[in-house]
Unconditional design. Structure first.
Length: 561
């Protein structure tokens, strides 16, 4: 496809869009099926990325490119210009090839990289401080003093410790002499021996003091010489910290976002009322805020948006080449709440309870507990915006307060045990904590799996700026282990059984989607894969010890897909 470009806007050719109806409302940025117009725009932008030759950025799609491979999120915004003609704007998140200035893409909300900007001037000062810090840290005298202090401190401890052991031996010897002499000598003669032994004891203590003082003087001389270096380093690091904080605050004030009514808010204003209290790093640099800002500044009417990933999959998060993704929540949600104010926006699907989730089937019930087969689309417990859940449903039908022991994701169906007494709750919860509860899940994966079974181990951690998504982190992530086995293969899909040996958030979803796992997202996983009628993940088997009878009880529920 070809489009006509004028400045930053790319106009659609009429014949490509004549039969496409405009959406009545703007895209809900955090969960959407791309509108046909955004798909056309994204396809054209992707063709441009495939054929361009001037961008010196390594997306990781070719082995012959130099530099670190870094994939990027790109966005398109379909707009109407003041004359009513349809076109689209393009943007990327962050920087591209180390620059904000690229002909086809909208500029950043604030370009910190323009020549002679306050940002570059302050960065130059901060870099000079960094150079001075590196200079001190690599100074030969400083390094020798640090090494001397380390070596001599160890030597002093060893020597003093050995001398203390000798004094202990001397003390034992004097004790033996006392006991022996006391039996053999008269009182007068023993007194003379005791006086000599006391002198020996005092001499030992004096020698220990001499040795300790000697080492203290040696080490103090080195510490004094080091102190000037350390003081200079501390002062420089404090200066760097203060300048960095001041620069960051100045940047927050420069990032000012508009909405359709021309109202503006700075990053600092937007994030001051959030849980963060201040903007996280990179806030305001994502594609969608850039696109909306350019549209509002230039009098374009936003029609629909979409974002897609371009490039190699990162090691930490789930991002697939050319796949569409929602805007991030941590950085973009507060900004877009302001920018979309007053606009007609698609309904938030997270507030809508699917029709199929209205039935909650009770599989088993006695005086201690109840086991239910939770439908996909129903929360386990009430959320901030949706109250309807397994808890509220059971509260309406049980004679007692339901006590939730464990949870399933809203989009996961299957077996859930709920306690009816405090004793049962503690007993079953302890089994979950000790890992004695046996669980089996069944899932439909989005491609054929070559192997027949295996085990996945990946350390997981919450993505604090994009909850509830998880990340793989080999430094601070918590261990998560899953056994899996193929049940049936279809055309471009595989049904598998999962046995989670740990219970991390989104464990099965991450183990399915991540390239170090099965590299096949669960069908319908809107966080790590693509949207479908539902997420095809089901808790099919549950086995635990009954809290009252102490017998093993187990339950099965068909997946229905």
């Amino acid at each position: 496809m070809r489009e006509h470009s004028q400045g930053k806007i790319s106009y659609f050719l009429d014949k490509t869009i004549n039969d496409i109806e405009l959406p009545e409302r703007f895209t809900f940025p955090f969960y959407y099926e791309p509108h046909p117009l955004t798909k056309i725009a994204a396809t054209e932008l992707q063709h441009y990325l495939e054929t361009q030759t001037h961008l010196e950025h390594n997306f990781g799609l070719s082995t012959d490119r130099e530099g670190i491979a870094i994939g990027k999120m790109f966005g398109v915004l379909v707009v109407q210009d003041p004359a009513g003609k349809l076109g689209y704007l393009s943007a990327f998140s962050g920087k591209l090839a180390g620059s904000n200035d690229h002909p086809r893409f909208v500029p950043p909300v604030f370009d910190m990289l323009v020549e002679n900007s306050f940002f570059l001037k302050e960065i130059e000062i901060i870099n000079a401080i960094n150079d001075r810090i590196k200079e001190i840290e690599s100074n030969n005298n400083y390094l020798h003093l640090k090494l001397d202090l380390e070596v001599l401190s160890a030597q002093s401890l060893q020597e003093i410790s050995a001398f203390r052991e000798q004094l202990k031996s001397n003390r034992e010897s004097r004790k033996e002499i006392r006991e022996m002499k006391k039996q053999r000598l008269s009182s007068r003669d023993y007194e003379a021996v005791e006086a000599d032994l006391i002198k020996l004891s005092l001499h030992d203590k004096h020698q220990l003091n001499v040795l300790t003082n000697k080492w203290e003087k040696i080490l103090e001389k080195i510490r004094t010489a080091l102190a000037q270096f350390e003081s200079d380093l501390e002062n420089l690091k404090n200066e760097r910290k203060e300048k960095s904080a001041a620069l960051q605050q100045q940047l927050f004030e420069q990032y000012v976002f508009l909405n359709k009514d021309g109202k503006s808010k700075s990053l600092q204003e937007i994030f001051s009322l959030t849980a963060f209290g201040k903007p996280p790093g990179g806030a305001g640099e994502c594609a969608t805020p850039k696109l909306l800002q350019f549209a509002f500044v230039n009098g374009y009417k936003p029609i629909a948006m979409a974002e897609f990933w371009w490039g190699a999959t990162p090691k930490s998060e789930i991002r697939k080449h050319k796949q569409y993704y929602p805007a991030c929540t941590g950085k973009c949600k507060p900004i877009l709440a302001h920018m979309l104010e007053g606009m007609l926006v698609d309904e938030n699907p997270f507030l809508r309870i699917p029709e199929g989730s209205r039935e909650l089937k009770i599989v088993y019930e006695d005086e201690s507990l109840v086991v239910v087969n939770k439908p996909a689309g129903l929360l386990s417990v009430p959320g901030k915006e949706i109250r309807e859940s397994v808890y509220t449903r059971l509260k309406d039908v049980l004679d007692t307060e339901p006590l939730i022991v464990h949870r399933l994701d809203m989009d996961t169906s299957g077996l859930l045990v709920v306690a009816k007494t405090e004793q049962a709750h503690k007993h079953i919860q302890r089994q979950f904590m000790q890992g004695t509860v046996r669980k089996r899940y069944r899932a439909l994966l989005s491609k054929e799996i070559d192997e027949s079974e295996g085990e996945i181990s990946l350390p997981l951690i919450a993505d604090v700026y994009n909850r509830p998504r998880q990340l793989v982190c080999f430094e601070t992530g918590k261990k998560s282990i899953t056994r899996w086995k193929v049940i049936k293969k279809y055309n471009a899909m595989t049904k598998v059984d999962f046995w989670p040996l740990t219970g991390r958030t989104h464990q099965l979803r991450m183990h399915s989607a991540h390239e170090l796992g099965l590299n096949a997202p669960i069908v319908g996983d809107d966080l790590y894969g693509t949207v479908a009628k539902r997420m095809y993940l089901h808790a099919a088997h549950l086995e635990f010890t009954h809290p009252k009878t102490k017998e093993k009880i187990s339950f099965e529920a068909e997946e229905g897909f």
